[in-house]
Design a protein. Sequence first.
Length: 962
Amino acid sequence: CLFLLFFEISGVDEHYTPIRTFQVCNVMEYSQNNWLRTNWIPRQSAQKIYVELKFTLRDCNSIPLVLGTCKETFNLLYLETDDDQGSHFREHQFSKIDTIAADESFTQMDLGDRILKLNTEVREVGPMTKKGFYLAFQDVGACVALVSVRVYFKKCPYTVRNLASFPDTVPIDSQSLVEVKGSCVNHSKEEEPPRMYCSTEGEWLVPIGKCLCNPGYEERSNTCQMCRAGFYKSTLGNTECSKCPPHSFSHHEGSLHCGCEKNYFRAEGDPASMACTHPPSAPRNVISSINETSVILDWSWPEDTGGRRDITFTVVCKRCRVVAANGSNGGTQRCEPCRSSVRFLPRATGLQNTTVTVGDLLAHTNYTFEIEAQNGVSSLAPKMRQYAAVTITTNQAAPSPVTVIRKEKTSRNSVSLSWVEPERPNGIILDYEIKYYEKQETSYTILRARGCNVTLNGLKPNTAYLLQIRARTAAGYGASSPSFQFETSPDSAFSISSESSQVVLIAISSAVAIILLTVLLYVLIGRSVHHSLDSVLFLSVIFTSHTNPFLPFFIFCRSCKWSIHALRLPGVRTYVDPHTYEDPSQAVHEFAKELEASCIAIDKVVGAGEFGEVCSGRLKLPSKKEICVAIKTLKGGYTDKQRRDFLAEASIMGQFDHPNIIRLEGVVTRSKPVMIVTEYMENGSLDSFLRKHDAQFTGIQLVGMLRGIASGMKYLSDMGYVHRDLAARNILVNSNLVCKVSDFGLSRVLEDDPEAAYTTRGGKIPIRWTAPEAIAYRKFTSASDAWSYGIVLWEVMSYGERPYWEMSNQDVIKAVDEGYRLPPPMDCPATLYQLMLDCWQKERNNRPKFEQIVSILDKLIRNPGSLKITANTTPRPTNLLLDRSSSEAPSVGTMGDWMDGMRTLPCKEAFSGVSYSSCDTLAKTSTEDLKKVGVTIVGPQKKIVSSLKALDSHTKNGPVPV
Ligand code: ACK
């Protein structure tokens, strides 16, 4: 400071803090002009300067004798300069800022106490333009002490708002706000330009706009800081960094994304916040249900969806064959994509539901379907993709309808037609059925043709006919073609009679056929003349009526090398021997449905078969009702052959569809245990069932059961299947007493049957049930099955008696060979016994066909009265068995004869030494009595007891007939 008559004095302020002051107090003298000037103060960025003064001022009234000279104000002045002028001082250069008066003044007493009363005054100066300035204080006669002078200016200080930094800002004038643009802090970006206003008071006002932290950075204390390891931030914004989602990591700071762990992936479009995922596991529980040439595939969702919800399914169809490897037994599977004509419903890829129907497959063909569950990352991990495969074999399917029929030639009485083979024959077309009728009539004619043309003869002239054609394959008939209409030509006087032309035609064709066959006969006889008598050629030409000019013929040559062809009844399917298949497992899949083990619930064991246990259980197929089933299992440790033999039964059974043949539900071959699942027959096998219910059924009930068995056997023989082991133990009975033929197989059946015994020619045969020619030279035919049926008939009528009781197999063979036959069971209707005897005809061609047996039994059922006439139960005198050669109807002899006969029974002289006093005593004889005398075999026991009763009634009711 520049002191110009101001004095620096020490004192204390009101708080007794020592202070130094500049004082002047020349109040007694006139014309005072005392100055105090500051040093040069640089202006810096200040526009406007504030000066705060703290001072004390003495009250003039408190000073005596100063009136007129004492003042109570002083002046504040300033001078702007660009440089420090040192001690150079010019009074007139200063400009007055204000006259400062005191708000408070102090008295003498105050002074005596040395307490200063401070006044504070603030004045503003500016705007300033020069680099610096001086302040000056002018005293004109006051008693004033300047305690402090504070010089300052106002500014808005540096600040960071909304991630934008705003510099120190000095307001320009007192009127307006200063708009200041902010700059984004490091690692941030402007979202909207940041701005703020700096007020004249040095306050920041109205922040506008903001900055956002870059990806990988988050806002921390007004700065953008890198995300820590294990965290990420993928977007611009002032959110915090997020923790890495499951199965991902970030090892470095400032991560925008987290990387996926091994075997985890992120699909394009997956947000960074989503966990890393992997392809799903394979679909589960694939079930196929085959319907001819289409298959419905059903499956369950994969166990592991890979952590995603965008699961879809894709089904790939392949045709696979096992190709034999050169020189080795095994083979390799070769697959090729299915034809493009295979249809998928709704589609093959992108399936949202867990089912698809595949249609238009080829019949009898192996297909493999690979079902894959896919999700958004499947394409990123081809090696991790899994699928479930199911192999199916399509069934036989009936051919599609004939659609194109052409009329080739028309005359008065005939028309020639041709047609085009069905688009999908689904097998070899065996023949066509042509059904036609007059348009106005309802009765129709049916013809069959092997080729794709036919001539219909014997038609009425000038008549409209309608015709339909359907093709037949081993799978049966296909649907009929749409009706095709044609008209014959009008009558004409000059036309040759069609009847006579037919005759001529037939005559000519017959002649040609006979010539051809004669030549053939000649050649064949010539070739096989050295063969045995067996090699006789049977030739049968059957001419049908001229309206049906097809000539079915049968040629048999027993010992010729060429095969035997027989035209079976049209419309009936033919049994296919599964052993003719190179790969027997193909046969089983051709004829048996593969079941998922998960659809089967086993309840309990009901018996034991040769290959394993027989159980009862339940089968629940998708969208089908649960049914009771029998389950035959193949026990572990089986050989390949055992497996083949076990499944052969299913391959055979699967070809049958008849109410009296046990129905195959399917097989389980793809998991263990291997199973054959059939319908459940509540009453088990017929022999034990009958034994359990001895004498409890009416004749009609028994005949009903027998009729069922015969009907099943008719079906089998029509199919060309020979059972070879027809016996009551192989018939099953359900809760409605319906009998069904079971136990199918070839050699296996006999190997399996405990009744089967080895013959001298080798091979096992159930002697008691088998026809003599089958025992002698293994001639098994439907006629030998008819013999067995006779034995079953006997078993049924005797409620499960063992045929030939305890006789040895050798004795049975001998007795039967000598013409002896089983006697009628007790109370057996005569007609049924006659039927048995017919079945046991030595000459097999004389035995009734199953069709005839069915019709005989049907007649009996319609006329139950006929069952009342029972066959005579008295055994023949010479043997337990009846001698068929001596008489047809057995009769009761005299008491003496009868006793003689009894003594020759194979009961070791049972009656020798036994005396009977009367017929009464005889009639009361019980089986217990017989046991006592050594008749231990149940059959003869019953027979003897019933005979005694019959004899008793004869003697009581009249003379014993001779
Ligand atoms: O007489 P069962 O009770 O009837 O004892 C045998 C046993 O299994 C061994 O073959 C019984 N069995 C076989 N197949 C069936 C079936 N489909 N339903 C009921 N029981 C059956 C048979």
